[in-house]
Design a protein around this ligand. Structure first.
Ligand SMILES: [Zn+2]
Length: 119
């Protein structure tokens, strides 16, 4: 089946593979834990999500938008994580909104908390 969202998913998968492994790009990183809290109008309570990266994970730090109708957007933590690794910073917090430029469905915004363990 061919659909826009399948297409987006395949492209994203390819991007992930192209990114290569963490161990190659960041040999001194033991783990990265990204905790996110996602608030959206209309839902009773915030959704918590944790994503873990290990040396065998792809060095790909784009998180999909939580909105079901959004397939081009997402949250790109690449710059944040690259900066942290460069400066050997072990934690960072911040906020991001979905980067989709589609007309607003119900794009989400997240608060993130990143913890990096260096070996
Ligand atoms: Zn979105």
């Amino acid at each position: 089946m061919y659909s826009r969202s399948n297409q987006a998913r395949m492209e994203r998968m390819q991007e992930r593979v192209d990114a290569g492994f963490m161990s190659k790009h960041y040999p001194d990183v033991e783990s990265i834990v990204v905790s996110m809290v996602y608030n959206q109008r209309g839902i009773a309570r915030p959704i918590h999500r944790i994503v873990n990266f290990a040396p065998g994970s792809y060095a790909f730090f784009k998180i999909d938008c939580f909105s079901r109708d959004c397939d081009a957007g997402g949250f790109d933590l690449t710059h944040v994580i690259n900066g942290m690794i460069r400066n050997h910073r072990e934690s960072a917090k911040g906020e991001l909104t979905c980067e989709s430029d589609q007309p607003p469905v119900d794009h989400s915004a997240i608060e993130y908390d990143i913890q990096i363990k260096f070996s």
